[in-house]
Design a protein around this ligand. Structure first.
Ligand SMILES: [Cu+2]
Length: 295
């Protein structure tokens, strides 16, 4: 697995990304967390812990008190491979109840993380153990399912990327990026940053890149890339039998789309949500705006 991961480059992706310039890869191949969940049998996996907690981040130059689902190494966002066991303890350090839902992952009902339906809310100071075998590959998420409009959009969320066992049918790409869309809590943002603080995607002419969109906000966002098509290859983690071309992809709350972009024409291409109030004001561009820079 580490070989597979190490030949990829990742852009930071979750709220963890907003912590100053110390960018945390969503799929860090060397993280202790990944090693700990690498057992095939959940009950054999050493338990690890995620803390639901508050923290202060620098968001666009201002100190902002946000929430986080933090792994022992401080990362937010995780990955796995189909068939792997998964076991972790959620430690609720917040002053309010919470729970984690594994959005897109096919888990046993008792592990689905819906308070009052599949489990009691995890109260402040309490813990809960989530344990399952990872069944389906693709671009998924994990997030709070309690008072979610507040908790998720303020940071109780992360990307959960699952590779298939057989990687031979996965597209060969020069780099891979995750874009977490958000519009509430921390505001209009891509990976918890609002333009001009968003991180541009840097590519060389001839590169083929993969972008994994996921919308953790409350509104739909048509993500428009100038100058070239995006090839949509997967929806909600499932590979499409017939990939299609689009330059604007509507990502609704909860949706994930995987796209490939062939970087042929050099330039700094605008890349933004096309609900214009999410991207421009009389002061210029802001919010859900970044750029694809092809050299
Ligand atoms: Cu938008």
């Amino acid at each position: 697995m580490s070989q597979t991961l190490s030949r990829r480059k990742f852009l930071v992706t979750s709220l963890g990304a907003a912590a100053g310039s110390a960018l945390l890869p969503a799929r860090s191949p060397g993280s202790a967390f990944l090693q700990q969940v690498a057992s095939a049998n959940p009950s054999d996996s050493p338990a690890t812990t995620i803390q639901a907690t508050t923290r202060t981040l620098d968001i666009n130059g201002k100190a902002a008190k946000v929430l986080g689902l933090l792994q022992p190494d401080g990362a937010q966002g995780m990955n796995s491979v189909v068939g792997q066991g998964f076991r972790l303890t959620l430690d609720n350090k917040l002053s309010v109840p919470t729970a984690i839902h594994w959005h897109g992952l096919h888990v046993p009902i008792g592990m689905d993380g819906v308070p009052f339906i599949t489990q009691p809310p995890i109260k402040p100071g309490e813990t809960f153990v989530y344990e399952f075998t990872v069944k389906n590959s693709g671009t998924h998420m994990y997030h709070s399912h309690h008072n979610a409009a507040d908790q998720v959009t303020r940071g109780l969320m992360g990307a959960f990327i699952v590779d298939p066992v057989d990687m031979s049918k996965e597209p060969q790409v020069t780099a891979e990026y995750i874009l977490v869309l958000n519009d509430a809590g921390i505001g209009m943002s891509l990976n918890a940053r609002s333009f001009p603080a968003t991180q541009p995607i840097l590519a060389a002419k001839g590169d083929r890149i993969r972008i994994r969109y996921m919308n953790e906000g409350l509104q739909i966002h048509p993500m428009h890339l100038h100058g070239m098509y995006q090839t949509v290859i997967a929806k909600d983690g499932a590979n499409l039998p017939l990939p299609y071309l689009a330059d604007t992809i509507c990502v609704a709350p909860g949706e994930r789309y995987d796209v490939l972009v062939d970087c042929e024409e050099p330039g700094a291409w605008a890349f933004h949500c096309h609900i214009l109030t999410h991207a421009e004001s009389n002061m210029g561009m802001y919010g859900m705006v970044t750029a694809l820079v092809i050299k």
